[in-house]
Design a protein around this ligand. Structure first.
Ligand code: PEP
Ligand code: MG
Length: 930
């Protein structure tokens, strides 16, 4: 089946060759192999090859996962391959997996091509069982550690591999802490942990009907299988849908020798960024947690210390970490985020990747790296996306409202969100379904909160830091998020929180500022983003300066830096772009806005939009006219109105092309609803008071009624069937152009004929258009060149483009209708009806009405481009469907060789940026900054 995102994501084959190698040592891979080894595996390989201290291990490829998911079993030979690599690992570490004495333990971690934080499974401490726990205790000299590791294994294994409700284990731990009168798990002693292990084992037996597996190899195989299967959990699928990640990539599985951060005070675990993840400025950023395992940091369970503190805790490891951070950044030439563990003073690198970042940080960081001489402007442009720019164009809170915040937390993901406070995911979804805006308020989030996070305007937590689950996931989604607002006392059971004595109940409206971390009671007004303000100023210098009187200093500096960074990259995008950007605009106001946002013309002026509202009756008169005289009268009434419309647009777009499309929609759209009118007429007749006008109208409406109006009398067909309509529109265009030229302007109108299916249609209409243009020229004595072209929005038009080009000076691809007619999807119905199911089934990753279906619709475009240009070398080519403003589609249109894209005014900056990115990315597919 076709996958519209295939071009941008490069979906792999579904059925891998079973004879292939499925397991790869870390030393065998590289960072370029994310598709095969997943992001984590590829970067572990890269670090291993850089000579960094990575615990040894191997990666089971995404291919093996795809095979497993397709066939329901592991590929032939996988078990033997795992045997071989495990034997090597055992030899290297000098230990046996799960041996009674000095056992080797391993972690089993998922890792897909695109990072999906917290979405898939990880199991640590594989290899522990009743027999090996004593061996681990003896070897480590720390019995508590051994039993703590064992209880962690049963808990993690029970939840992720055996599918047992994790709360059963959590509750046991909480109960134990309560019974022993301690607040932290660190307060539990050996015998407590022994008891906890027994309790956990009882939970496993009770829930699964079998004992916790004691065979280490069985544990490993089950964990690998569970990671494969975690690719398809509900939450992973939901995440992929949101992030437009194809469902058929699969995950890799990384098996790595365990190193322990929970071996006492000289051990620990942390995360680090090679630069400030918010601004890109160099520095030391991150969190560290003493005597803990990796998951503890991300879960936000205990409070971490700033990474700088590590210098005082373990200077040697700290210095080495800084050295490695510098090396990684030099190597990746970008901000890297890192997970590390210190085991009794020995530093181990567990993971690195080019760090995720907010939209604001992406722009700032790209420019900062240019200023630091690390990358050039082309590379900086590759590192930002149209989607990120769209995010920056979001509104922000009006600082002048003067409202005092209720609380402050850590600003984790920027934006301004207003909504009713809700305390769990289900309530968030229920209220959203009723059309309410909600803010999800939690102590901390976990992957089960994903449905609520997806529908919420914003997320607010009382615990956790910038690397907590809530922060990472919200940032990835581009959702406003504040975490760690610890003044909030959240009582989920009673569905309320209190803060300094004030109470906020479920349903009360709150406002959350993801840029400053402020939380407000009630609704705060929002103002447009400074980036949007600057973009709308058309880059006039004074407006880049934020209103410092109204904003606190940090916010103002931050805003100015982002505005500056966006402006610089936009300028570069414009300077390198090959593809022009026009706008779809039907009024002088829209045209003006589009021009300010950088449009270099109007690519689509939909004239039927000019006949709506109170003007509708003019068209009704035209349809109902029974004589030529009545028809002329109706057209005469329309002519001056249209002429004024066009005059205003020419004024706004002086000197830039304005492509005016002749009227397109089915005529019945201008007539009253058939059922309503029929009822009205019937009632009047019943009363014995028939209305002559209504009777006539009803007849006409019946005549015009179509079963499939989208495929009926519209576009070029209207022009050919309703005499005088096209003539009137063309005359209005030509006369407005003459008047504009006489007034000293430079009008550049173009006439565009919609829904052409064959050359004959266009030839006939073109003759009529040319006759009117000649008439206006002769009458006025003013010559305004007006190009005549057509839309290509039917498959037949694309397939006969060579002939059509004989009568067209330009083509504009109407990809809305072209998608509708190529797929046979009714554009007004299917998205709401069954696209959800299609997306779930992976038939496409994104609606083809949103991102161009390169394989099908795109192919038709490529044919039309080739055959059109072959027939008429100077043919100008554009696109004016919704896809003209979609980032991935813009890159396709550049590859297809179009001259411009046209989109709604607010998307013009996004298209400009993407046009620039397309130019510096080349035609090989492009970098994906996800
Ligand atoms: C199109 O079909 O892509 C198009 C731009 O025309 P409309 O959306 O007005 O049908
Ligand atoms: Mg159309």
């Amino acid at each position: 089946m076709s996958n519209p995102a295939r071009g941008s994501h490069g979906t792999p084959d579904r059925t891998p060759d079973p004879a292939r190698q499925f397991v790869h040592e870390f030393a065998e891979g590289s960072k370029e192999q994310k598709r095969l080894l997943g992001g984590k595996g590829a970067n572990l390989a890269e670090m291993t090859n850089l000579g960094l201290p990575v615990p040894p291990g191997f990666t089971i490829s995404t291919e093996a996962c795809r095979y497993y998911l397709a066939e329901g079993r592991e590929p032939e030979g996988l078990a033997q391959e795992v045997d071989r690599h495990l034997a090597r690992l055992e030899a290297e570490r000098g230990k046996q997996l799960g041996a009674q004495e000095d056992p080797l333990l391993v972690s089993v971690r998922s890792g897909a091509m695109y990072s999906m934080p917290g979405m898939m499974d990880t199991v640590l401490d594989i290899g522990l069982h009743d027999g090996s726990v004593a061996g681990l205790a003896a070897e480590s000299g720390d019995e508590r550690f051994a039993w703590d590791s064992y209880r962690r294994l049963i808990q993690m294994f029970g939840k992720t591999v055996l599918g047992i409700d994790g709360r059963l284990f959590d509750d046991a731990l909480e109960r134990m802490k309560r019974d022993r009168g301690v607040t932290s798990d660190l307060g539990l002693g050996v015998s407590d942990l022994r008891d906890l292990v027994a309790e956990h084992k009882a939970v496993v037996r009770d829930r699964t009907g079998r004992d916790f597996p004691q065979d280490p190899r069985e544990q490993l195989d089950m964990a690998i299988r569970a990671v494969f299967e975690s690719w398809n959990t509900e939450r992973a699928r939901a995440y992929r849908r949101q992030e437009r990640i194809p469902h058929d990539l699969g995950t890799a599985v990384n098996v790595m020798a365990m190193v322990y951060g929970n071996l006492g005070p000289n051990s620990g675990t942390g995360v680090a960024f090679t630069r400030d993840p918010a601004t890109g400025r160099p520095g030391v950023y991150g969190d560290y947690l003493t005597d803990a395992q990796g998951e503890d940091v991300v879960a936000g369970i205990r409070n971490t210390v700033a990474l700088q503190e590590l210098e005082h805790i373990d200077k040697r490891s700290y210095d080495e970490l800084l050295r490695i951070m510098a090396l990684l950044e030099e190597h990746y030439k970008d901000l890297c985020d890192i997970e590390f563990t210190i085991e009794r003073g020995k530093l181990w690198m567990l993971q690195t990747r080019v760090g995720k970042r907010t939209a604001a940080a992406a722009f700032q960081m790209a420019v900062q790296l240019v200023d630091d001489g690390v990358i050039d402007l082309d590379e900086a442009l590759r590192r930002v996306t149209g989607a990120q720019l769209a995010h920056l164009m979001f509104p922000q809170f009006d600082k002048s409202s003067g409202t005092a915040p209720l609380a402050h937390g850590v600003p984790a993901s920027p934006g301004a969100a207003v909504g009713a406070a809700v305390f769990d995911s289900a309530e968030a979804v229920a209220r959203r379904d009723r059309g309410e805006r909600v803010i999800l308020v939690r102590q901390e989030t976990n992957p089960d909160d994903l449905p609520g996070m997806l529908v919420a305007e914003g997320i607010l937590t009382s615990r956790g830091g910038k690397t907590s689950h809530a922060a990472v996931v919200a940032r990835g989604m581009g959702k406003t998020c504040v975490v760690g607002a610890d003044a909030l006392e959240i009582d989920t059971g009673r569905r309320r929180f209190t803060v300094h004595g004030a109470e906020v109940r479920e349903g009360d409206v709150i406002s959350v500022d993801g840029t400053t971390g402020a939380v407000y009671r009630g609704e705060i007004a929002v103002v447009p983003s400074p980036v949007m303000r600057d973009l709308q100023s058309g880059g006039r210098p004074d407006t880049a300066r934020p209103d410092t009187a109204r904003q606190d200093a940090a916010g103002a500096d931050g805003a100015a830096a982002v505005v500056h960074a966006v402006r610089r990259l936009m300028r570069h995008a414009d300077s390198v772009a090959r593809l022009g950007v026009h706008a779809n605009a039907d009024t002088p106001q829209d045209a003006e806005r589009a021009r300010r946002l950088g449009a270099r013309g109007i690519g689509l002026c939909r004239t039927e939009h000019m006949f709506l509202g109170e003007r509708r009756h003019y068209v009704e008169d035209l349809i109902l006219a029974e004589t030529g005289e009545q028809q002329d009268k109706a057209l005469d009434a329309l002519l001056p109105l249209q002429r004024d419309d066009f005059a205003g647009i020419f004024e706004a777009m002086n000197d830039l092309p304005v492509t005016i499309r002749l009227i397109d929609p089915p005529l019945h759209e201008f007539l009253p609803d058939l059922t309503e009118l029929a009822v009205k007429v019937a009632v009047a007749r019943e009363r014995g008071e028939p209305d002559e006008d209504d009777e006539r109208l009803l007849q006409a409406v019946r005549k015009q009624h179509e079963r499939n109006p989208m495929l009926g009398l519209r576009g070029v067909r209207l022009g050919l069937v309703v005499p005088g309509l096209v003539g009137m529109q063309v005359r209005a265009i030509a006369e407005a152009a003459v008047a504009h030229k006489r007034a000293g302007g430079t009008p550049r109108p173009e006439v565009m004929v919609p829904l052409v299916g064959g050359a004959e249609e266009l030839e006939l209409l073109r003759a009529e258009i040319e006759a009117v243009l000649a008439d206006v020229r002769a009458g006025s004595g003013v010559d305004v060149p007006i190009a005549i072209g057509t839309m290509i929005e039917l498959p037949r038009a694309a397939l006969t483009a060579g002939r059509i080009a004989g009568s067209a000076e330009f083509f504009s691809f109407g990809t809305n209708d072209l998608t509708q007619t190529t797929w046979g999807f009714s554009r007004d119905d299917v998205e709401g009806e069954f696209f959800g199911a299609y997306l779930d089934k992976g038939i496409f990753t994104v609606s083809p009405f949103e991102a161009i279906d390169e394989e099908g619709v795109g192919r038709l475009i490529e044919i039309a481009v080739a055959e059109g240009r072959a027939a008429r070398p100077g043919l100008v080519l554009g696109v004016c469907g919704e896809h003209g403003g979609d980032p991935a589609s813009v890159r396709f249109f550049d590859r297809a060789g179009l001259d411009y894209v046209s989109c709604s005014p607010y998307r013009v900056p996004i298209a400009r940026l993407e046009a620039g990115r397309a130019a510096v990315t080349g035609h090989g597919g492009g970098s994906d900054t996800r």
